[in-house]
Design a protein around this ligand. Structure first.
Ligand SMILES: NC(=O)c1ccc[n+]([C@@H]2O[C@H](COP(=O)([O-])OP(=O)(O)OC[C@H]3O[C@@H](n4cnc5c(N)ncnc54)[C@H](O)[C@@H]3O)[C@@H](O)[C@H]2O)c1
Length: 255
């Protein structure tokens, strides 16, 4: 078991799915976890669950699309814990559509959360990490940030951007004691995927098809992604930076 004892972590979009599983895994590994989400109800529920398991956690409402909100949350974190060790940029939204089925407004909406959101949150914490010469940033990209995925023009555009941001930041700050990695999951059973399935005319058939695109024939579980986040957050991964950690049940391995 990798330990996060004495580490302070913050997870965005931790009210649901992968973010909730990462927050839970981190708390179990001993971290103090700031659970953040723009949805106060689900974020508070995750926090209550962590506390019920004797984890150290605090909920902070955070909409990652607002630079000002991110700065305020960072100040609250610094005032109460003095620093940030592990930042997980997990909040993200999806969309199904080819170019002809995607509006400019769709692209802007996805970009605001998936790319600008990562930028805003990171910016709010980076200056302090640079001052302390220590920091660990984990971004949730996607397998759709490594290979093209049909019917996902806007989504893939944003997730390739997250992978690019990750790699350039990793190079810029490798000498500053700051590691930056991204995780690229294949399809994982979360409310996010449930929402995408509803966008298809036949959700059950779409579900079967989505499962079969993984070589292992099923979708992933949030805990399987959280395990990778735990490794990247731990000191055991000290030599890992700038990587795209693919966890996709063989989705991208080939036909
Ligand atoms: N589920 C998958 O198959 C899958 C695959 C690859 C990558 N991902 C990525 O993993 C991340 C988490 O996905 P998930 O499946 O757990 O999604 P989810 O929909 O279950 O949870 C996302 C959470 O983000 C929050 N959120 C949305 N907009 C926000 C905003 N503006 N500010 C703060 N919080 C916001 C939501 O309230 C929600 O709690 C996303 O970045 C997603 O793109 C998911």
């Amino acid at each position: 078991m990798f330990s996060l004892q004495k580490k302070i972590a913050l997870v965005t979009g931790a009210g649901s799915g992968i973010g909730a599983a990462i927050a839970e895994t981190f708390a179990r590994a001993g971290a103090f976890v700031f659970v953040t989400d723009c949805d106060e109800k689900s974020g508070s529920e995750t926090t209550d669950r962590l506390k019920a398991q004797k984890g150290q956690a605090e909920f902070l409402a955070l909409d990652v699309t607002s630079e000002e909100h991110c700065r305020r949350v960072a100040k609250t974190v610094f005032d109460s814990q003095g620093r940030m060790d592990v930042l997980v940029n997990n909040a993200g939204i999806g969309h199904v559509g080819t170019m002809m089925q995607t509006s400019g407004a769709d692209l802007d909406r996805l970009y605001a959360v998936n790319v600008r959101g990562v930028f805003n949150v990171t910016k709010a914490f980076l200056a302090d990490m640079l001052k302390r010469k220590s920091g660990n940033i984990i971004n949730l990209a996607s397998i759709g940030g490594v290979v093209g995925v049909r019917d996902r023009v806007a989504y893939c555009t944003t997730k390739f951007a997250v992978a690019g941001l990750t790699k350039s930041m990793a190079l810029d700050h490798a000498q500053d004691g700051i590691r930056v990695n991204c995780i690229c999951p294949g399809r994982v059973e979360t409310p996010f995927v449930a929402a995408r399935l509803k966008e298809y005319p036949d959700p059950e058939q779409a579900r079967r098809e989505m499962s079969s695109t993984q070589a292992v024939g099923r979708m992933g579980r949030p805990e399987e992604i959280a395990a990778a986040a735990l490794y990247l957050a731990s000191d055991e991964s000290a030599f890992v930076t700038g990587t795209e950690f693919i966890i996709d049940g063989g989705f991208s391995a080939g036909k």
